[in-house]
Design a protein around this ligand. Structure first.
Ligand code: PLP
Length: 369
């Protein structure tokens, strides 16, 4: 038995997405840059997918640049910034490492702190963005699910003419995004978080904005990202984006009640058990729960032994011994971070699975305490 509650790390590829991708491995495998009919077929498939991805976030297809990962998209935008960058301490490692590298070569980086619920202070943001060349902020946190007030942040940045990049990797497909309504300059999203394939993502640049390519070579993606296109991946991304848009309500209608049941049952049945960022608006599928006097890694291992897959930090930190930088920044407590575990649900999660997980967690915590 396997109960997968690690959907914020990655999601299974939807079988309808696999079906859409299959022809592009063998029948329609041509290089989209080739002048022959085979190339034109592949190229048309890319443009159809670009349209579908654009639709998911309410923008024009011309603003979409396909790349290998959201990590690449984020690195591209940060590396092409000249001047002060404002971000937060709870960003994904892709942002934190990219700004750290810029800092080493002399760029001024401002990292804003967050409160107990993972929210930044908009007055502090307002002061920090004075003279900034870029603000880079998560739409929804991958570890806690905390949702940032992106519309207010975007309006603030726009009112001072400071470009804004939003890491929407966890938000896309789970929350409505309409770039026609919100003044966001750059957005990063990734297919594998929305039941699409791994290795394909998009940097969205709202049409006008020029970005310095990270990779140079051929003229793919309008010269914005060199390298032969991952055609099956792009087609899969388009299919996943289209399904995510159509089926978005599933998150609030079906996933949220299961997530809430998990939280209320654990908090009821266990003493000294709390939900991180509980007062914040949160993604419907994400629950980050702290268990006093428990080592989160040990609890995750005990659950693994019972066929339950969870996570104690972002996937990129899974082999590191440091506990979640996000929970630590919110609570200012190493122990609180050390004792926290993330449960992230998905389309396949069932009521029976959640009830099994609740019993397993209660038992494991009792044994460990
Ligand atoms: N940003 C957030 C919020 C994420 O959750 C992730 C992946 O975990 C990334 C960025 C990086 O995405 P990718 O795996 O496509 O590089």
């Amino acid at each position: 038995m396997q109960i997968y509650l690690d959907h914020n790390s990655t999601t299974p590829v939807d079988s309808r997405v696999v079906e859409a991708m299959l022809p592009f491995f063998q029948e329609a495998f041509a290089n989209p840059s080739s002048a022959h009919t085979g190339g034109a077929i592949a190229s048309r498939a890319i443009e159809s997918a670009r349209f579908l991805v654009a639709e998911l976030v309410g923008t024009e297809p011309e603003g979409i640049t396909f790349c290998s990962s959201a990590t690449e998209a984020i690195n591209t935008i940060i590396a092409s910034t000249k001047g002060k960058i404002v971000t937060t301490v709870v960003e994904h490692a892709a942002t934190l490492s990219a700004v750290e590298r810029m800092e080493r070569t002399g760029t001024q980086i401002v990292r804003l702190s967050v409160d107990r619920d993972g929210q930044l202070d908009l007055d502090e943001l307002g002061e920090a963005i004075e003279g900034a060349a870029l603000v880079s902020i998560l739409w929804a946190n991958n570890e806690t699910g905390a949702i940032s007030p992106i519309e207010r942040i975007a309006n603030l940045c726009a009112s001072r003419s400071v470009p804004l990049h939003v890491d929407a990797v966890q938000a896309a497909g789970k929350l409505p995004i309409d770039l026609r309504e919100v003044p966001i300059d750059f957005l990063s999203i990734s297919a594998h978080k929305m039941n699409g394939p791994k290795g394909i993502a998009a940097l969205i640049t709202g049409g006008k904005a020029r970005v310095k390519p990270l990779l140079v070579g051929g003229h793919q993606e309008g010269g914005r990202r060199a390298g032969t296109e991952n055609v099956p991946g792009i087609v899969g991304f388009g299919a996943a984006a289209s399904l995510a848009l159509k089926e978005m309500a599933y998150h609030t209608d079906a996933v949220m009640p299961l997530r809430n049941r998990l939280e209320t049952s654990l908090v009821d049945r266990l003493h000294s058990c709390w939900v991180n960022a509980s007062n914040s608006p949160r993604l419907a599928n994400t629950s980050n729960i702290g268990f006093a006097d428990i080592d989160g890694d040990n609890l995750a291992a005990a659950l693994d032994a019972r066929g339950i897959y969870v996570s104690t930090g972002s996937a990129c930190h899974a082999n590191a011994t440091e506990p979640s930088h996000v929970v630590r920044a919110m609570t200012h407590s190493y122990d609180a971070a050390r004792s926290s575990v993330r449960f992230s649900l998905g389309h396949s999660t069932t009521l029976a699975e959640i009830d099994y997980v609740i019993d397993a967690v209660v038992l494991a915590v009792a044994e460990m305490r």
